[in-house]
Design a protein around this ligand. Structure first.
Ligand SMILES: *Cc1c(COP(=O)(O)O)cnc(C)c1O
Length: 471
């Protein structure tokens, strides 16, 4: 059909539309365990099933695109984090994906919850999440947002600037309350995927910088304020991180602040938060550490650095978002067009256009994130072909899966499933091109339950003040 060459050991030196890391699968129907949530399997008739529900059945009921959330997998991961980090506090980072149902799972599995906007805080409170176990982030929290946090009794507010401290003090004075705060510091460590940098300067918007001395100034200001109770220091170094070395440098730099604070006040600060950012597998190339091993490494780092600074080990907390909800989710799309495109050098790339795109997953366009995909409604005996899964939006950068081997007979009407779509997909979704956002459906023990319903065209049209209602 095309003059496509596949990558792989035999063909490694032959021009190919596939990147070197993407090897030709022996079995294109096989589902690589680390990419899929724990209950995913292919049934005897070839259909992908999750939570005991065939994706074809879910699609019949809810349409495409649709996000499926494997409840058992989410709960298993939440539990694994809580157990591996027993004695520490694990906050689920709600910005990865939050809804009332998910807030309930988080509470039931004994995790605390991070929010970083008025809306996320409101969802958590309306869902009945214990406010004392909520951490509240944000570099530009509004007065209304801080008021809601204070009146509802949020457990800790992570202050990000002097302006915020002033706003908070005024509100505390007005409401007659004392706010529990942590100071967000910028350690100069930036970590993304396999690389991290540890520089002396910090050219970004978050937190109080350590190197400039602002961090200590902020800590002293909170400590001396009659309106604030300083709990400790907060550091978050990045996302999709696979290596603990960045955490080691950040821990050293934050604990040095603890030591300086102790020297000046004679007091040890009770809490340290090391943030989130723990990586997951989006492609076969990603190899995240098992959470038990991660826990071992991080405990060792904290113990070592505390000894070095002669500090009592403080209460430690972490904030994984992606690592808990990311692998639990998959997105399912329907193929609408199949187009072989000549890309020069006698090579072709097969473009599969689906009924979603950058409006339901912005990460490939925003961060050049890589994803994987599999044929979901059937298996196939056809040869694997290097394919690119693209969306319906009017942008050539509207790519969902840049490189994947998919069966050569994928055709119009087939379903494609994209694993590891639980985090930062629905939560970052937009209405670009007037596209209603897809629903999130939880699956468990053969049952499918809507967590967030599909947006409708009517939802979108209702916002347009220039349109007359048809009623
Ligand atoms: C985004 C964020 C997290 C969660 O990051 P993940 O990569 O999803 O683990 C945790 N803490 C803070 C402060 C964040 O901004």
């Amino acid at each position: 059909m095309t003059h496509m060459h596949v990558a792989g050991e035999i063909h490694a030196n032959v021009a190919s539309p596939a990147p070197v890391w993407l090897t030709r699968p022996d079995d294109v129907n096989a589902l690589t365990t680390k990419l899929w949530s724990s209950t995913v399997r292919r049934t005897d008739d070839g259909v992908i099933e999750v939570g005991g529900v065939a994706v074809t059945d879910v699609v019949e009921q809810f349409g495409t695109p649709v996000y499926l959330l494997d409840e058992a997998d989410f709960r298993e991961r939440a539990r694994a984090w809580r157990e591996a980090f027993a004695g520490w506090t694990v906050f689920y980072a709600g910005k990865a994906f939050l809804s009332a149902t998910v807030a309930g799972w988080v509470a039931e599995e004994g995790l605390s919850l991070d929010v970083c906007s008025y809306g996320e805080l409101l969802v958590a409170l309306r869902a009945g999440f214990d406010p004392a176990r909520i951490g509240h982030h944000g570099n530009n929290k509004s007065v209304d947002e801080l008021r809601l946090a204070l009146t509802s009794g949020v457990g800790r507010i992570i202050v990000d600037s002097s302006d915020e401290i002033s706003r908070l003090e005024e509100l505390c004075a007005e409401l007659g309350v004392k706010a529990k705060v942590m100071v967000r510091v910028t350690t100069g460590v930036e970590a993304h995927t396999h690389e991290y940098i540890a520089t002396a300067h910090e050219d970004q918007k978050f937190g109080f910088s350590v190197s400039s001395g602002q961090a200590l100034v902020g800590m002293f200001r909170c400590h001396h304020s009659p309106y604030l109770e300083l709990l400790g220091v907060h550091s978050h170094i990045g996302s999709q991180i696979f290596d603990t070395h960045g955490f080691e440098v950040a821990t050293r730099r934050t604990l040095k602040l603890f030591a300086q604070f102790k020297e000046a006040t004679g007091l040890e600060m009770p809490q340290l938060d090391l943030g989130g950012g723990f990586g997951i597998a989006y492609t076969k190339e990603d190899d995240p550490e098992a959470v038990e091993n991660l826990a071992g490494s991080l405990r060792e780092i904290v113990d070592h650095e505390c000894r070095a600074f002669s500090l009592t080990v403080p209460e430690i907390s972490l904030e994984p978002g992606r690592a808990i909800v990311g692998p639990a989710g998959m997105a399912v799309y329907r193929v609408g067009t199949v187009k072989p495109v000549d890309i020069g050098g006698g090579l072709a790339r097969r473009y599969l256009s689906v009924d979603g795109g950058m409006s339901d997953n912005i990460r490939p366009a925003l961060y050049a994130a890589e994803y994987s995909a599999a044929l979901a409604n059937r298996d196939s005996a056809a040869e694997p072909v290097v394919s690119r899964v693209v969306g319906l939006h009017c942008e050539s950068g509207d790519i969902l899966v840049r490189h994947e081997f998919l069966p050569g007979d994928v055709s119009v009407g087939d379903l494609l499933a994209v694993p590891a779509s639980g985090a930062y997909s629905r939560s970052m979704a937009s209405n670009y091109n007037h596209t209603p956002r897809p629903p999130v459906v939880a699956v468990r023990d053969g049952r499918a339950t809507v967590v967030l319903r599909r947006e409708t065209m009517d939802d979108l049209l209702a916002l347009d003040a220039g349109l007359k209602s048809e009623a």
